[in-house]
Design a protein around this ligand. Structure first.
Ligand code: ZN
Length: 229
């Protein structure tokens, strides 16, 4: 059941694309983490400057463990920066900091897609937990309607990843804009580097959407296969 033709058709290509996206972000990140930014500002200092520029002094900046764990938390109004981003004066750090400040500015301006995404989180959490269980139980009991309900619940993840795309692309557009207007990025060369990091990061969100769609199609193919038997 687990390795029907749907696996080769949908799940496997999506998985490979996901691995490729991971490879792209990791290599862009490690490449530009070694490129020192001309501003000489650490990620922490750059975050302070960009927040101030956007009138977002109330946002707290904290250091968090891990790599590429940087994020903005709209509920707590905090910016979490990983140590290597916060402490280095790298181009990768600048791009990531500006992207997260981009999310903070979306939040302060009430950017609609961010609101929709935040509202979806609890629904998606329940759906992604219950969906697969209901689906499996429905299959085992050969009760198709239950499996269908599982599939629909599970599809919330796809909706979430789809809404995430404009949110992420918009945050990166804001980031590039901020980096040039603030004078943190001064040359074409630096702009290209920041763009490379942000595009690689965006690719991981595209991969997540494709993966989510592929999973759904894969489950659907299991269902149609089991009904045919
Ligand atoms: Zn983001």
């Amino acid at each position: 059941m687990m390795f029907n033709s749907g696996y080769l058709l949908f799940a496997l290509p999506a998985l490979l694309f996901g691995l490729y996206a991971q490879f792209r972000i990791k290599s862009a990140y490690s490449k530009y983490l070694r490129v020192r930014s001309s501003s000489g500002m650490s990620g922490f200092e750059a975050a302070q400057r960009l927040l101030r520029m956007n009138g977002l002094e109330q946002v707290q900046i904290g250091e968090i463990p891990g790599q590429l764990t940087d994020h903005y938390d709209p509920a707590r109004k905090t910016l979490g920066l990983s140590s290597s981003v916060a402490r280095s004066a790298s181009l990768a750090g600048l791009a990531i900091v500006a992207h997260e400040v981009g999310h903070a500015s979306q939040d302060s301006q009430g950017y609609a897609m961010l609101k929709v995404r935040s509202g979806l989180v609890p629904i998606v959490q329940i759906g992604s937990m219950l969906g697969p269980i209901l689906f499996m139980v429905g299959l085992l009991l050969q009760f198709t309607p239950l499996a269908m309900v599982g599939l629909v619940l599970f599809s919330g993840t796809l909706v979430f990843t789809l809404i995430t795309l404009p949110v992420e692309y918009n945050a990166s557009a804001r980031a590039l804009d901020m980096l040039t207007t603030s004078g943190l990025v001064t040359s074409r060369e630096e702009e290209r580097g920041a763009r490379a990091v942000l595009s690689a990061a965006a690719l991981t969100y595209v991969a997540a959407t494709i993966q989510s769609l592929a999973n759904l199609l894969y489950y659907a193919s299991i269902l149609t296969g089991s009904r045919r038997r």
